[in-house]
Design a protein around this ligand. Structure first.
Ligand code: GLN
Length: 307
């Protein structure tokens, strides 16, 4: 089988998406993210055989934001297995990531674990098992990457917490329906801190590799999920990982992926590689504008989507 020339493809992508990097809008509802310069781009590919390729600012750390939801869900899935789905659904929402509308008619049960309401429930599950849920997520990232000096940006966490009126509304509403166990303040605090973890494209691609490898961390051989569980998480990523743009993303890119309003998108080609792209300018759905285009070019040029 002919293998793509990853180095050459990445530099072609960086060149092609450069004009788009100037066009998106940074997330400004979190004050400390509003000051991130928009015109930046990085991309890193990590193959299962250990080879790595990157282009641009692939080593620069950024706020992983909702990409953290993939890792908190993995931890909750390891704790509860399919019982997770009693608390949170697994259907695409068709609504923005921070929408409240669906919560009332579905009695406080969020549509999926990747919209904010669903991620708050997942954080609540972690709060039942860990004194500090965000520390559990951070330690998980360190274990996945083997990098001890990963940290969260306390300034970003504080900035989000000070302005998280919508997330507070969702958390209180779900609490009223009995779908949060921990105190609302504790869940919000942990959630904002886990979103403020700072990592680079290279580090995130490395962290996501277990999902390309049937649930096993390639370096250590440690099994985190069964093959079947990894398949299931990848399915939820495909259908819900990019919010109300998940259909368009599957059409254009064709990979399980998770985006965040920091401008990162982590995607997986099962059996082959993981890839992370970062460009802070967002489209109207809150996904990186240049990042989505870069991944579309990547699967087109490499001919390696899941379809
Ligand atoms: N921390 C952000 C929020 O709750 C995460 C949203 C995102 O990355 N889509 O609004």
């Amino acid at each position: 089988v002919h293998e793509p020339d990853y180095a050459q493809i990445l530099s072609a992508i960086a060149e092609q998406v450069a004009p788009l990097c100037k066009q998106g809008r940074v997330a400004d509802y979190i004050p400390s993210l509003a000051s991130v310069p928009v015109d930046q781009f990085g991309m890193a590919v990590q193959l299962l055989d250990g080879r790595r390729f990157s282009v641009g600012a692939a080593e620069q750390r950024f706020s992983i934001q909702s990409i953290s939801k993939l890792f908190s869900l993995t931890l909750a899935f390891r704790l509860l297995g399919d019982a997770v789905w009693q608390r949170v659904g697994r259907e695409p929402s068709g609504n923005p990531f921070n929408s409240l509308v669906q919560l009332e008619y579905e009695q406080g049960k969020p549509r999926n674990p990747f919209v904010n309401a669903g991620a708050l429930v997942v954080t609540d599950i972690l709060c039942q098992h860990h004194a500090q849920a965000e520390v559990a997520v951070l330690q998980f990232m360190r274990r996945l990457t083997g990098i001890a000096d990963l940290n969260l940006d306390a300034e970003v966490a504080r900035s989000e917490l000070d302005t998280s009126f919508r997330n507070a509304a969702m958390a209180n509403f779900m609490k009223a329906f009995g779908n949060l166990r921990a105190p609302v303040d504790a869940v919000l605090r942990s959630y904002c801190h886990q979103c403020a973890i700072a990592m680079s494209c290279s580090e995130l691609a490395h962290a996501g590799l277990f999902l390309a490898n049937g649930g096993v961390i390639p370096g250590s051989g440690e099994r985190l999920l069964t093959t079947s569980e990894a398949k299931r998480l990848n399915a939820v990523l495909l259908t819900c990982g990019t919010y109300d743009a998940a259909g368009d993303f599957a059409y254009r890119v064709g990979l399980p992926a998770k985006s965040g309003v920091g401008g990162g998108i982590l995607a997986v080609v099962p059996g082959i590689l993981s890839v992370c792209v970062w460009s802070p300018g967002l489209d109207s759905n809150g996904n990186s504008l240049a990042g989505t285009q870069a991944l579309e070019l990547f699967t087109t040029l490499c001919e390696n989507s899941i379809f």
